[in-house]
Design a protein around this ligand. Structure first.
Ligand SMILES: Cc1ncc(COP(=O)(O)O)c(C=O)c1O
Length: 438
């Protein structure tokens, strides 16, 4: 039996998989925030290059990955699929547990998969600087890295609570040459408006997005970049699931259960979408997105048109949402503190093709501890939601005496999240459920 299922560099996927070509239902279009009419490519051109706008709307099933992006991916892709044999033993489960480990990327998560693609297309279009937001810093450090690879400047608005909790992420972004500001900041109107209401506001991804878009709109050579939610971001992340499918083929297995944590939906989608295609074609697979109970977008949010940011600068998207002015409790999984969800994921949930569950902060660290002690990898707090859900599924399989194959996306490592682990070990974390949708 093999613990690690590895592909060669020449097996990096050549094409992204676009699920829009296979959905058995139409998607509701994004709407212009002013006219409330479906937006046109030109409406989006002030903030995105045309190649990405075309991908956002493309009906094509397969979209070629440019050679320069595949070369950049070769720094860390293909990523390993690992069988968690030691965890299985610890749990005494008949289930087989596999994880796709995206923490081997230069910045420690799945985020470079889209950061590199976005930086490449922006560079081609002549962009001089990309402006973005970041929660826990995984996305900001990935875009900072990608901008440096392709020779562009980068500015990051980092959610204030994470900026204070995770100072080394800031150093990492500085190291790659980016400028960082805690959000809300006094550099933008969106930030100043929030600070006037609450000078101690911990910030949210929705606020940081507003600030980043506002800055990007100030200069025609600047563009905005988003690390999740949008169709083209999910598209770039499908390299994860495409590789995973090849890896399962190599060992002659196929998963019964697929799990990913959910912030805006990109790592979950990256693993799941190629399998959703099989599910649409009739395969019996349970596909589960896991979110924090303090920010229960999928399990308690309404599906309706809402803004992707706090100030209402983005198009209106039909998605599961807690409301664009929702400011989630300051949990350590900063990358999951988002009020909305990718329209594709929201629609899949609404049509019963995927499921969702919510877990509280203490139980996800309980799961992360078991995983770290058996498999040796300290998961990012975001990814720990998937870890815990996989453990729960394996324990349930034991109780039911079922031999299930489970795969989850270990979207990142937690080596820059040790302050969160310290708080957990010192009993300083709250279960935070009560604060949920208060
Ligand atoms: C390690 C990790 N996993 C997951 C997420 C959540 O984002 P998404 O739902 O887009 O994958 C983040 C976001 O910052 C992250 O850093």
């Amino acid at each position: 039996m093999q613990d690690k299922i590895l592909l060669n560099q020449n097996q990096i996927p050549t094409h992204y998989y676009n699920i829009l070509a296979d959905l058995p239902f139409p998607m509701d279009p994004p709407l212009h925030p002013g006219t409330k009419q479906p937006i046109s490519p030109n409406d989006m051109s002030p903030i995105f290059p045309m190649a990405l706008i075309e991908q956002e709307m493309s009906p094509q099933r397969e979209i070629e990955i440019p050679a320069a992006v595949r070369e950049a991916y070769a720094l860390y892709r293909p990523t390993p699929l690992i069988r968690a044999v030691r965890l299985e033993k610890l749990l005494k489960t008949p289930a087989k547990i596999y994880y796709k480990y995206e923490g081997v990327s230069p910045t420690g998560s799945h985020k470079p998969n889209t950061a590199l693609a976005q930086a490449y297309y922006n560079k081609l279009a002549g962009t001089k600087k990309l402006v973005t937001e970041t929660g826990a810093g995984q996305w900001g450090s990935s875009l900072a890295f990608a901008c440096h690879q392709f020779g562009m400047a980068c500015t990051v608005y980092m959610v204030r609570v994470s900026y204070e909790q995770k100072p080394y992420r800031k150093t990492m972004m500085n190291l790659f040459g980016a400028e960082i500001y805690p959000s809300p900041s006094d550099r933008t109107e969106a930030g100043r408006r929030i600070l006037a209401q609450d000078p101690d506001c911990p910030g949210s991804l929705g606020i940081a997005i507003s600030e980043a878009i506002e800055e990007a709109l100030q200069n025609e050579h600047y563009k905005y970049s988003l690390g999740s939610v949008l169709n083209h971001v999910l598209l770039h992340q499908t390299v994860i699931g495409l590789e995973t499918m090849e890896q399962f083929k190599m060992i002659g297995d196929y998963p019964d259960v697929i799990i990913g944590c959910h912030g805006g939906g990109s790592n979950f989608a990256g693993l799941a979408l190629p399998f959703v295609r099989d599910k649409i074609a009739g395969k019996n697979i349970d596909i589960v997105a896991v979110e924090p109970s303090s920010c229960p977008t999928l399990t308690a949010g309404k599906i309706e048109y809402d803004f992707g940011d706090n100030a209402g600068l983005t198009p209106l998207m039909k998605m599961h949402t807690l409301g664009h002015d929702f400011i989630p409790p300051t949990i350590h999984a900063g990358g999951l503190r988002y009020h909305g969800s990718a329209p594709i994921i929201s629609a899949l949930l609404n049509h019963g093709l995927i499921n969702a569950k919510a877990l509280d902060q203490i139980s996800i660290f309980d799961g992360a501890l078991l995983f770290a002690r058996s498999e040796g990898i300290i998961p990012a707090p975001e990814s720990s939601h998937a870890v815990k859900a996989a453990i729960d599924t394996a324990v349930q399989a034991k109780e039911e005496g079922k031999e299930k194959t489970i795969v989850f996306n270990l979207s990142g490592h937690g080596l820059l999240d040790l302050s969160a682990y310290e708080a957990y070990l010192n009993g300083k974390l709250t279960r935070e459920v009560e604060q949920a949708v208060a």
